[in-house]
Design a binder for this molecule. Sequence first.
Ligand code: TRP
Length: 460
Amino acid sequence: MTEQGNRKSSNHWKSSLGFVAAAAGSAVGLGNIWKFPYIAGQNGGGTFVLFYLLCIAIFGIPIMIAEVMLGRTTQSSPLRAFQRLSTRNYGWQFVGLLGIFAGILILSYYSIVAGWGLHYLFLSLVGGFPQDNNPQAYTDLFDSLVQSARLNIWWHSVFMAITTCVVLRGIRGGIERFANWGMLALFILLGMLAIYASTLSGFVPAVKFLFAFSENFTWTSALEALGHAFFSLSLGIGVMLTYGSYLQRHDDVVGTSIAIAIADTVVAIGACLVLFPIAFSVGLEPSAGPGLIFINIPLALLQLPFGRIGLLVFFLLLLLAALTSAISLLEMAVAFLIDSLSWSRSVAGFTMAIFIYLLGIPSAISGGTGFFGAGLKQSLGMTWFEGADYLASNWLLPLGGIGISLFVGWQLNSHQRLNEFSNNSRIGSLAWLYSSWLLIIRWLSPIVITIIMLHNLGVF
Ligand code: TRP
């Protein structure tokens, strides 16, 4: 039951390198540059990093293969992909719908954090940072940004506008072209920062921190590492499925998935190798939490030689990473409208962008004292922004991951599965690799992800 050939060539990537760039662009995002360094710092470094790498290899790559495979084989957006392969069983479509909902929700608050990055890029350009090295001044600067509805809404608008422009230009002319140049620039900027960081006095202690065994590693750290591996690889909600649906018949699913995971991991570790030496060089700890890149890094960099340029390069890097991820989230939701309602790309793009923009407003004002901020925090314990992140990262992503794993593992026709796996792949011809992969997506990953969710529920 092949479903190929129902798409025009303009609805495919020009080259498989373009696919790898776009998918790696989706994976590499705020998760790598903002979140990974601070959770690695909070969980004590070395052991956490090692465990994270194992999670990527054992769960991340196999589920990535499953997701890309599902997209390529159906040549459809998430909801249609499930509809096509499960004619008698409507429950599966729920997995597709859930993913689309999760993508929309994630982008609505992702854009707010990206907006903070834009504001800091702006401050680096105009030199708007406090003049003295007073940590409190930097904390106040960040707090006042988070609390300001006006600034958050403004940068949210700017970020969503750029993202929408790229998606409206289509797969080849917009997403692929932006990803090719953007990822090239991103790796060059990261390389420059890494060379700079290696000259600092904090470099050796930072490397030790990152790779030496640590004692802070707990059961909760393990779960956090696994959850973050999914988020970082953009898995579980159909983003990789959508990008995989633009692959051609002759592209190699296994090889490209491994390449994407490697690129994502290199950037996550690279970001630590840039940020930790900077923090250590002025005697700051890397365990600062979410404020690490917005408080400690500007504070530290501006005390170091060439700090202002370094800061500019860093926030440019953050912006590029956030944009290519946001583009993938918007594209998934837009592809759903195009595919399900046969809308044109421009109508679907505008409608979806405006919807997500509006949904982001409550997150934008979550730092304030109004209903969505302090109000909800008082009644439910979380602001709207925190609630959206909690719902998406802790529930929707893992649920989607289980759904996709089980669907590809049990529902996909076994001929089709084997074909897709070994198609044009030198790696895929190894039978043991195929059987381990199948074992993981059929059993191991659904069981382990269920354990994480039960833990989140407080069952143990
Ligand atoms: N992976 C991106 C990051 O690390 C975020 C992201 C983009 C994402 N698309 C996604 C996360 C889909 C989950 C699902 O920042």
